[in-house]
Ligand binder design. Structure first.
Ligand code: PMP
Ligand code: GLN
Length: 402
């Protein structure tokens, strides 16, 4: 029997059991487990501290000053203008007002873009491990996901494999750099290869850059700064990570006016518009002085270091995170084979929650099986406490439960 669209979507994300039962996403499952057990939640990627005061105050001000009704379909004018200024200021990229569309987070931006362009049977190249929404929406569209593996230690794609993964049916390549969950930043050379491959296949490149301001050891280079990519590129970002407001769900798409109109044709029937008072507040954030952005980077780099040290001390093999909210820790040296099983037991063993890396990949990726992803977007106190608790792991009974 043909699957219903919701079944395809859930199956695409690995959430449909053989018995037809639906599982929650790994993020929802692990946050619920943390709430139930009182464990420290280093699973789902959301900060436990507020971002810049000026941004929060601007939202309150907007609510108090009548910004509570539907706004313009493309987004509040000051947000669109702030995005244009931001692209010029940080990357030297020139955009016009018709090149930008505000969305309900990067999630809606991705969904609207994918649904706007993918027909059943079209192939979508992703780099694996990948953010779950890519697989879910590709499946909803009836498209075929084609994963190109990223492997430790550097999690850069092998260009030959990328070439081989494409075909005349390749319609889209989704790039996520800085990358969730590995914290890697693709090199400029890799970006150039991706653009060349996309040109050869006449594919659209969708770039998810929600971690653009959380790059610690190098510089973020957006795909849009490569001229060759312009015509086939849809760039996506979001305020959630940069300003620690993941619940606001203010994202945006930048592309050519033609593509923005095409994607809007879908997006306007998903949410039409969203977050009226939050859009001007994000505009304030994007216009903050350089020192605010420097502080954000410095504070997250410090958090990364606290957690990385703690995990190493606890006996994990930790992969350096150059960017983002997350660090990958391989539990193999602790005798663990299955990180999914360890993730479910970790709250009871030491009072910490993380997520298994396998949730971001197909089961065939055996090499990722013993690795967990931990979020470091938490207060320093929480991270120090988590490190202390994880140190108890060596003594905990790590044998699988019967
Ligand atoms: N892309 C990536 C890589 C993410 O990690 C996330 C969520 N953290 C999103 C997209 C979704 O972003 P938003 O919350 O703005 O919808
Ligand atoms: N992006 C967040 C993460 O990777 C989760 C977002 C969600 O719960 N869907 O943890």
């Amino acid at each position: 029997m043909e699957q219903a669209p919701w079944q395809r979507t859930a199956q695409g994300a690995g959430l449909l059991g053989a018995d037809g039962r639906l599982a929650p996403t790994i993020f929802a499952e692990m946050t619920a487990l943390a709430t139930k057990t009182g464990a420290l939640n280093l699973g789902q990627g959301f900060p436990d501290e507020d971002g810049p005061r000026a941004v929060l105050d601007a939202a309150k001000h907007a609510i108090d000053h009548g910004r509570n009704q539907y706004g313009p379909a493309r987004g509040a004018q000051e947000l669109i203008d702030a995005i244009i200024e931001h692209q010029r200021r940080f990357y030297g990229i020139g955009l016009g007002r018709g090149d930008v569309l505000a969305t309900a987070g990067a999630t809606e931006a991705l969904a609207a873009t994918m649904l706007a362009y993918l027909n059943p049977g079209d192939e979508v190249v992703v780099f694996e491990p990948y953010y779950d929404a890519y697989a879910a929406v590709a499946a909803l569209a009836g498209a075929v996901l084609v994963p190109v593996p990223l492997a430790a230690p550097d999690f850069e794609p092998d260009i030959d494999r990328l070439q081989r993964a494409t075909s005349p049916r390749t319609r889209m390549i989704i790039v996520n750099s800085p990358h969730n969950p590995t914290g890697s930043v693709f090199s400029e050379e890799t970006m150039r290869h991706i653009i060349r491959v996309a040109e050869r296949r006449d594919a659209i490149i969708v770039t998810d850059e929600v971690y653009e301001h959380l790059v610690y050891d190098e510089q973020h280079v957006p795909l849009a700064s490569f001229d060759a990519a312009r015509e086939r590129l849809v760039s996506i970002s979001s305020a959630g990570k940069t300003f620690s407001v993941t619940g606001w769900k203010i994202g945006w798409i930048m592309s050519t006016p033609e593509r923005i109109a095409q994607i809007s044709a879908v997006k306007q029937y998903m949410t039409f518009v969203n977050g009226a008072p939050f859009q001007p507040a994000v505009a304030v954030g994007l216009r903050l002085g350089d020192e605010h952005f420097d502080t954000i980077v410095a504070s997250f780099a410090r958090k990364r270091d606290i957690l990385t040290r703690g995990l190493r001390k606890a006996g994990f093999t930790v992969h350096e995170a150059n960017a983002g909210y997350f660090v990958l820790a391989d539990a193999a040296p602790l005798g663990v084979e299955d990180a999914a099983e360890l993730s479910r037991r970790l709250p009871e063993l030491v009072g910490v929650v993380g997520v298994p890396l396998s949730a971001f990949a197909r089961p065939s990726r055996r090499d990722l099986r013993s690795t967990m992803r931990f979020a470091f977007c938490k207060s320093d106190d929480t991270l120090h406490e988590a490190a202390a608790r994880l140190a108890g792991l060596k003594d905990a009974a790590l044998q699988p439960t019967a």
